[in-house]
Design a protein around this ligand. Structure first.
Ligand SMILES: [Zn+2]
Length: 378
């Protein structure tokens, strides 16, 4: 693919903003502003239907769409096939969203009329544009937050740079985790063509929607994993679509929020709602044990972090030393770094919405996996 001078300069500025490494910029672009070329690896189209994705009926009218690899961006979705049809979360790219819509076709004959986004992360909202004419619903914070954390051009640029013939290896030298994560994403995802379509029907705390006779409750429980964290509760069928308040059999990642708020949300699910079925944001469908074990993990990591914090270790060192115990088999145990860092931020009295250095974070995951003798899985 030919990239012009202007595009090259654009990428250069992107690097400067994102990674701030002058030596790398010079290496990439040359002192004379020479162009550099990309491979096509970052642009290859995923063959639809090739990624393991399943739809599972979990109650009379509720379905879960599950991405079986369960790595970063492999988010779950849901369908309630009554009263016009409601989709919960829309996948990480257009090809996954199209696969999902095809699967819906076996249990629902028209395009669903309503879409709920459980929160602002890219892997839950990037298929929104395919639901033309549907009402998109989410927490009031979502339009602004989506612009902050899910801007598609940022993802597109990162994929181009990480997969570039020259830029990729150079970037890998200083940010192995960033390149590792981007290349892993390249195996399954394609971010070109994605437009950010934010919700237009917004709510603050709760919203009840009637799908014919079936009540669906949207309940804002954030910020625990993200600002907009919303769970979707279908009381009559005792199903909760938990969004990313629950990661099942994979290590949770939390960005904005507190341990306390997250545990409160999980208590609310187990003690107040008492669902029969939970569709987590990531991982297989579960029962109430999914919420109980998530809470136990968070409490365990927080308590372990406190000891290391009191001993004066850095979050990075602590996250490598903590014994993973019963959670060692959860996918991507190295994501523990995020949870330890969040705990440290709380111990230091820092605000729960303190910005993350994304490049450093993914590098820490890489280093954590290596320190544990694991191949990094993001
Ligand atoms: Zn998320």
């Amino acid at each position: 693919m030919h990239q012009g001078r202007a595009q090259g300069n654009f990428e250069k500025h992107y690097f400067a903003k994102r990674f701030g490494n002058q030596a790398l910029l010079v290496a990439l672009t040359g002192n004379n502003g020479q162009e550099y070329r990309y491979t096509d690896a970052g642009h290859r189209k995923r063959e639809e239907g090739k990624t393991p994705m399943n739809m599972e009926q979990v109650s009379n009218n509720c379905y879960a769409v599950l991405n079986e690899k369960n790595r970063v961006c492999d988010a779950n979705s849901g369908l309630i096939n009554v009263g016009g049809g409601m989709v919960i979360d829309t996948q990480s790219d257009l090809s996954h969203a199209r696969d999902m819509i095809k699967m819906f076709g076996s249990v629902w004959s028209t395009m669903p009329k309503q879409v709920v986004n459980t929160h602002e992360d890219a892997d839950h909202v990037y298929g929104n544009q395919l639901f033309e004419g549907a009402e998109i619903i989410g927490h009031r914070s979502l339009p602004d937050r989506m612009k902050m954390v899910a801007e598609p051009t940022e993802f597109q640029k990162l994929m181009r740079v990480a997969n570039g013939a020259l830029s990729g290896p150079l970037l890998k030298l200083i940010h192995p985790g960033v390149v590792g994560a981007a290349r892993q994403l390249t195996e399954d995802y394609e971010f070109n063509g994605i437009e950010l379509v934010p919700p237009t029907k917004l709510f603050d705390d709760r919203l009840i929607i009637n799908l014919d006779d079936l009540e669906v409750h949207l309940i804002h429980v954030g910020p625990c994993h993200q600002v907009g964290d919303t769970i979707v509760w279908v009381p009559k069928e005792r199903v909760v679509f938990a969004g990313d308040t629950i990661f099942r059999l994979c290590t949770p990642m939390g960005w904005v929020g507190t341990f306390e708020k997250w545990c409160e949300a999980l208590d609310f699910i187990t003690d107040e709602l008492k669902p029969d079925v939970i569709v987590p944001g990531h991982g297989p469908v579960c029962g109430i044990e999914g919420a109980t074990e998530m809470k136990a993990y968070l409490q365990y990591v927080r308590a372990e972090s406190k000891q290391f914090f009191d001993d004066g270790l850095s979050a990075s060192d602590a996250s490598r030393k903590i014994d993973l115990g019963p959670y060692a088999d959860w996918i991507s145990p190295e994501r523990i770094y995020l949870n330890v860092e969040r705990a440290y931020r709380e111990f230091r009295g820092e605000p729960p919405d303190k910005a993350w250095d994304q490049a450093k974070t993914f590098d820490e995951l890489y280093k954590n996996a290596r320190a544990r003798g694991l191949t990094p899985v993001y």
